[in-house]
Design a protein around this ligand. Structure first.
Ligand code: GLP
Length: 251
């Protein structure tokens, strides 16, 4: 695991966007694993700006998103499909037919999980997977306790996750209770993983992550066992990580 420190949120987003842009230029038909949440908003903004100014093309890129709420139709303003269209896909030149997100409105969600897992394989696997981190250490929607061996599956969202995501919904009651998420096994097959963290809300979980104990209690800790992980975090998110640890992981 490599650690790249950023002074603030903007710098973290710029560094992450540069890695994604480099990937897409190096391999024009890259498979990008994408994430949602507040952390990614600035990254997508930078990608859109770069596309407008420098013409970086996504015409041959394929994208697979980490997760989707169950019960929300793709055109529901709180669905992750809606988010991706709104913040990224509608502003770059990627054909929507090359963008994949689990279908949370499927009548057979178990079958949808299997289909999604096979789809990722048929694309040749993920070249670069971007991850945020939940305050409880979740990646995608893999909540604490999820075995590392699980592929794409249906999850019951932790009350704390529903609470954290309630800010996007009119009320807590309307936050779905279930989601489809790539499993940790799916995520770990990615060739390069980029984890982003910003702000004091992530400081405690980042300190836990850098304690190095690999445990299902902290799903993101599995990343210590992956050969190619880059963490980009800002000063606030790293404020509880000891200096010596930052030096060990620093590039
Ligand atoms: C959400 C998403 C994750 C995201 C994480 C952090 O629940 N399912 O994919 O990375 O939690 O979100 P945020 O960036 O808003 O803090």
């Amino acid at each position: 695991m490599r650690l790249i420190e950023a002074a603030n949120y903007e710098e973290m987003c710029a560094k992450a966007a540069n890695i994604i842009i480099f990937q897409v230029k190096e391999k024009t038909d890259s498979v990008l694993g994408l994430a949602t949440g507040s952390t990614m908003l600035g990254v997508y903004k930078q990608l859109v700006e770069d596309h407008r100014q420098n013409g970086t093309s996504y015409r041959n890129v394929r994208t697979v998103n980490l997760d989707e709420y169950i019960g929300l139709a793709p055109d529901h303003p709180n669905s992750y499909r809606y988010y991706m269209n709104q913040y990224l896909f509608s502003h770059i030149d990627i054909p929507l037919s090359q963008t994949y997100i689990p279908n949370g409105a499927s009548s057979d969600v178990e079958a949808e999980c299997q289909r999604y897992e096979q789809l990722i394989e048929s694309l040749g696997g993920i070249d670069l997977q971007i991850l945020g981190i939940g305050r409880n250490g979740h990646i995608g929607f893999n909540e604490p306790g999820t075995p590392f061996s699980v592929p794409t599956h249906v999850v019951e969202l932790a009350p704390s996750t529903r609470q954290a995501n309630a800010r996007f919904f009119p009320s807590l009651e309307e936050v779905p209770r279930q989601a489809i998420t790539m499993g940790i096994a799916t995520i770990m097959k990615s060739r390069h993983i980029l984890l982003l963290a910003s702000g004091t809300a992530k400081a405690a979980i980042m300190a836990k992550l850098f304690e190095e104990t690999v445990t299902t209690d902290v799903p993101a800790s599995v990343l210590h066992t992956h050969p190619n992980v880059t963490v980009i975090a800002d000063r606030e998110a790293l404020s509880l990580v000891p200096d010596e640890t930052r030096k060990v992981y620093g590039t």
